[in-house]
Design a protein around this ligand. Sequence first.
Ligand SMILES: Nc1ncnc2c1ncn2[C@@H]1O[C@H](COP(=O)(O)OP(=O)(O)O)[C@@H](O)[C@H]1O
Ligand SMILES: O=C(CO)[C@@H](O)[C@H](O)COP(=O)(O)O
Length: 499
Amino acid sequence: MKYVIGVDLGTSAVKLLLVNQHGEVTQEVSKSYPLIQEKTGYSEQNPQDWIDQTVSGLSELLLQFKGNRADIEGISFSGQMHGLVLLDNHHEVLRNAILWNDTRTSAECQKIYDIVGEKRLLEITQNPALEGFTLPKLLWVKDHEPEIYEKAATFVLPKDYVRYKLTGKLHMEYSDAAGTLLLDIRDRSWSKEICDMLDLDPELCPPLVESTSEVGNITEDLAKITGLSPETRVFAGGADNACGAIGAGILEEGKTLCSIGTSGVVLSYEPSEDKDFNGKVHYFNHSAPEAYYTMGVTLAAGYSLTWFKEVFAKDESFDELLAEVGSTPVGSNGLLFTPYLVGERTPHADASIRSSFIGVDSSHERKDFVRAVLEGITFSLNESIHIFRQSGKTIDTIVSIGGGAKNEAWLQMQADIFNARIIRLDSEQGPGMGAAMIAAYGCDWFDSLQACAQAFLNEDKVYEPIEKNVAQYKKLFPIYQDIYKQTKELNQRLVEYRK
Ligand SMILES: Nc1ncnc2c1ncn2[C@@H]1O[C@H](COP(=O)(O)OP(=O)(O)O)[C@@H](O)[C@H]1O
Ligand SMILES: O=C(CO)[C@@H](O)[C@H](O)COP(=O)(O)O
């Protein structure tokens, strides 16, 4: 039997899947690492933590592996998007990575609009200037840490750095490059025009490859440390949402994904780059050849639940914390939550907004708060679905993946709030599976990613919307939407009091 490995470098942990030729996940390893949040709006990670945990995860996987290591034919990568990893001319890391959910760069986003212009930026990159994207982070380092910026020879994104450490070869691939705000999405080339206007050296941008490109092999050193064969073929991989889409079979028009990891994403396949959402949702290159996708992003989806657990139920597991969700009625007895813990992206690109619980009553118990958190996260994702539906898309079936797809009550809630059938697959680990599928396709196990999806992916369970709940959520959703408008200005006045 032959195998491939999919590595998903998430925000909370790196997850490794060993997948055989039938698409069965025969081993799984997960290794977590911390977020570094020095002050409000900041979110960083130490790239060395990603390397240590990936290497330790691979070593563990190989230690448990009963077959011949040469049977692990290929490996590929999926990773959290947009994070800036700055490297010097020896490819040494210059500072902590600034992550996708770091919102310190509002001034730099304004600078991009002032200099490049909103219209021209949209024409080239198909996306607006959002704090989470990589370009504003580069400008922030240039403005605030000039001594570091001077030493910068290139930059990569998180999973590109991990792949570089395993192979010694440095690249970026299109699906992740699309999230930098420096890629000409249609032309699939770095935008010299944007670099020139913002006085950035285009040489900083690394060489581009396809997600499915073979980029090298595991170095002798890393083969020794991890137990992998130095013959293992390495394929570039993709942005975690592009890989999540592959791992959920979102490979043709009409297919929609909901992913609840640290962030939350609603993603829809696009066969071409010419639809116009006017920057309301992100528009990126897919990891599947010649395809694109649009998506709306909730910054703190699973992160809101993790935050609640850390603050109010530190010693309980997610399953324990969520055990009573089903016994609390729709609407959490009049309690609403907005998941704006670190600001928001879709539909409100707003770095200052923060979360609220609205309607707290003396009768409320902890379980009402837990349900309200899940409902608030799901309402937020429903805002993206609302945008897609308003643009004319039919969304009646959604594949749900990520940590959020582990809980049955939450999956039913998604069906009821989205008013759509929710499909859970055998494995909720879409991005890791997508990365493994890229490696399987690269190793010529299949003629196309679609053929691989047909062989590898199986529906496990379908959740149909329950009419009575749908009707109640339809009434609650506009109240949820109003909270943003009502709390926006209050939150701006609170900014000066934050850490
Ligand atoms: N058993 C569970 N039930 C519901 N949600 C869960 C469960 N376990 C983890 N989660 C949620 O999933 C999130 C992590 O999902 P994951 O897809 O691994 O994220 P990432 O790719 O960002 O590292 C956590 O933030 C948590 O809120
Ligand atoms: O910023 C985005 C997408 O634009 C996030 O979706 C990141 O890609 C992080 O993903 P997770 O760690 O939540 O999977």
